[in-house]
Design a protein around this ligand. Structure first.
Ligand code: NAD
Ligand code: TYD
Length: 336
């Protein structure tokens, strides 16, 4: 099969490409615009080993109608996994425009051209953030109302609704996956885990929003990748599947765990102003994915965190490379 992976130079897309090349014999075509979050160097070894054989890179925008049409046709694409998106909730609060463009318009462009091209399966990689926030009890189920609280969450929810409409109106074989917070190798250091690592590595303060009591469910990225491949193999068109890590932690505890693994002092922790509309808690009921796909998370949080920190420690050159100007300007303005 020929699989189009969009956003393959980002965090999860990169991990998915490694996973699929290792675990399957599919050919992979990676379409990525290379925004600040996309990093071609993530895939240097893939390019060396598989480039022009089982792996092909196309630089471009999922909103570009003629480019996407050309790719679907020239590579005779069978299935699509859409990772491409602006993915940073904080950034969406400051400047939502690009989120609307890539996450909604881009998804629509892919859906419409895929429908015409009679794609066999389309996976829309979505997020638990479409549901908004939970109180201290309960889990998100697939039939919870969509109630996003950030422009990022709203843009992903909008794309999910477009997917639903394509299934209902055209019988288009689309599957939506909604996953909790990922962590692991290759994550851009605007997100909590790599940001904490990166700042602590330089003995700089580590920002905690509000009082640090907000709760996220953490899934190791390879577990998410396995879940998506299960959808490609046996996911039911029209279904929504949840993936979670069974690992709920308060942000303050996550930060303390990272500092402990690194042997750094908790004195680095600095409480900063809270994110506006900060969702209190995310947690996933993934029993449908367990029943229909056989999905279970395999990596425990402590183990995954050690794997992640060790990967960052071993890949100093990668870490230094991603400390781009855009990243530091944005972060410094946020924490001032
Ligand atoms: P990321 O920001 O690390 O990577 C996004 C990638 O998409 C980048 O390579 C970027 O260059 C590319 N991209 C952005 N806009 C594009 C466009 N218009 N055309 C082509 N390429 C474009 O994001 P991530 O963390 O890897 O997330 C991937 C997907 O998974 C997103 O759709 C996100 O909503 C979803 N998701 C992420 C998490 C998480 O914890 N990171 C959790 C659940 C769902
Ligand atoms: P983040 O990694 O941005 O993911 P999301 O907002 O999509 O869940 O943030 C995870 C949690 O950590 C979230 O509750 C916000 C909080 N946070 C901090 O406390 N400090 C930080 O520096 C960052 C980036 C996030």
């Amino acid at each position: 099969m020929n699989i189009l992976i969009t956003g393959g130079c980002g965090f999860i897309g990169t991990n998915f490409i490694y996973y699929m090349l290792h675990e399957t014999d599919h050919d992979l075509i990676n379409l990525d615009k290379l925004t600040y979050a996309g990093n071609l160097q993530n895939l240097t070894s893939v390019e060396e080993r598989y480039g022009g054989k089982r792996y092909f890179f196309e630089k471009g925008d999922i909103c570009d109608n003629s480019l996407v049409e050309k790719i679907l046709h020239e590579y005779d694409i069978d299935m699509i996994v859409n990772f491409a998106a602006e993915s940073h909730a904080d950034k969406s609060i400051n400047s939502p425009d690009q989120f609307i463009e890539s996450n909604i318009h881009g998804a629509y462009n892919l859906l419409e051209l895929s429908r015409k091209h009679k794609i066999k399966k389309f996976i829309q990689v979505s997020t638990d953030e479409v549901y908004g926030s939970l109180d201290s009890e309960g889990l998100f189920t697939e039939d919870c109302p969509l109630a996003p609280n950030t422009p990022y969450g709203a843009s992903k929810a909008s794309a999910d609704l477009l997917c639903r409409s394509f299934f209902k109106s055209y019988d288009f074989p689309v599957i939506i996956t909604r996953c909790s917070n990922n962590y692991g190798p290759f994550q851009f250091p605007e997100k909590l885990v790599p940001l904490t690592f990166l700042r602590a590595r330089e003995d700089r303060s580590v920002p905690v929003y509000g009082d640090g009591s907000n709760i996220r469910d953490w899934i190791y990225v390879s577990d998410h990748c396995r879940g998506i491949n299960l959808c490609l193999q046996k996911g039911r068109p029209g279904a929504i599947y949840h993936f979670g890590g069974n690992a709920e932690y308060q942000n303050l505890d996550v930060i303390k765990k990272i500092l402990d693994v690194m042997g750094k002092s908790h004195k680095l922790i600095k409480f900063v102003k809270d994110r506006p509309g900060h969702d209190h808690r995310y947690a996933m009921d993934y029993s449908l994915a367990a029943d229909e796909l056989g999905f279970e998370p395999g990596v425990r949080f402590t183990e995954g965190l050690e794997l992640t920190i060790n990967w960052y420690l071993k890949n100093e050159q990668w870490v230094d490379g991603v400390k781009s100007k855009e990243y530091s300007d944005f972060m410094e303005s946020w924490y001032r």
